[in-house]
Design a binder for this molecule. Structure first.
Ligand code: SF4
Length: 257
């Protein structure tokens, strides 16, 4: 699949290692989601995404991307300023960028545990200790009524590109992984069950139910107050793992958390 960035993806040019990466923010926090929730972590958030979920919790990497170009040396220097063993490369969609490979490899060589948070549509061969894959469901599609800009211009493209089973299976087979689904309600479960079955058929790796995570949709405490208990009940009913959004519980929607 094409991995060069273009205007549609929210960055002006493809990133190569010598050019660095379009970086929205680098910050130190606790991992809020998934199997490593609660772990002190440095986050490197790249800008640009090949999808446009209506509920995107990093709006300024997708719908209205902002970033500074940072060299890999500059990024590594910021990472080492913090007392953490774990680094998360997130976005946007960080695997859009070719330079992410060298960044991950250099972080691995330096002894960091690396997590990549990806929507699962792009496979890259790099040093990845945990692939945190969040396949996007039909309920993520920015239809005209849900589009934050009210235009609906991305609906068709998002729908066409949100699942790439070849790249998704390649990520699962190459790396320790978790599949993390943003759940908007019970109606999502049929698609999750179908998708899990398709991924299991497409991979040679065993995917335990405990590596399938249900995460409530919501980027503020008020929103999570309305959704978290329903999603917790669904996790118990289906035998999957519930994941909190710990950073929201702790800091609500404060930037840099
Ligand atoms: S895939 Fe992730 S970064 Fe991209 S639009 Fe969806 S939620 Fe935002």
């Amino acid at each position: 699949m094409p991995v060069n960035a273009d205007a549609d993806n929210g960055v002006e040019e493809a990133s190569r290692a010598e050019n660095g990466l379009p970086v929205n923010e680098v910050f130190y926090s606790l991992q809020g989601e998934g199997k490593l929730a609660g772990t002190p972590t440095v986050f490197v958030r790249t800008s640009g995404c090949n999808l446009r979920c209506w509920f995107c919790d990093s709006y300024h990497t997708s719908w209205e991307p902002t970033h500074a170009w940072m060299t890999l040396d500059e990024i590594l220097a910021e990472v080492t300023d913090h007392d953490a063993d774990h680094v998360v490369l997130t976005g946007g969609e960080p695997l859009m960028h070719e330079a992410s490979i060298e960044l991950l490899d250099r972080l691995g060589e330096a002894g960091y545990h690396t997590t990549v948070e990806t929507n699962g549509t792009i496979y890259r061969d790099a040093h990845v200790d945990l692939a945190s894959i969040s396949p996007k469901l039909a309920s993520s599609t920015p239809t005209e009524s849900k589009d934050p800009r009210g235009e609906g211009e991305w609906a068709e493209k998002h729908e066409a590109n949100r699942i790439d089973m070849d790249d998704l299976a390649a990520l699962v087979d190459a790396y320790e992984s978790q599949l993390k689904f943003v759940v908007t309600g019970r109606d999502d479960m049929e698609e999750i069950e179908d998708l899990v079955e398709r991924v299991r058929s497409a991979t040679t790796s065993a995917i335990a139910d405990s590596d399938i995570l249900l995460m409530p949709e919501g980027t503020t405490r008020d929103q999570l107050d309305r959704s978290r208990n329903d999603v917790a009940e669904l996790a118990m009913e289906y035998g999957y793992r519930y994941t909190p959004r710990l950073h929201v519980d702790l800091w609500n929607d404060a930037p840099g958390t």
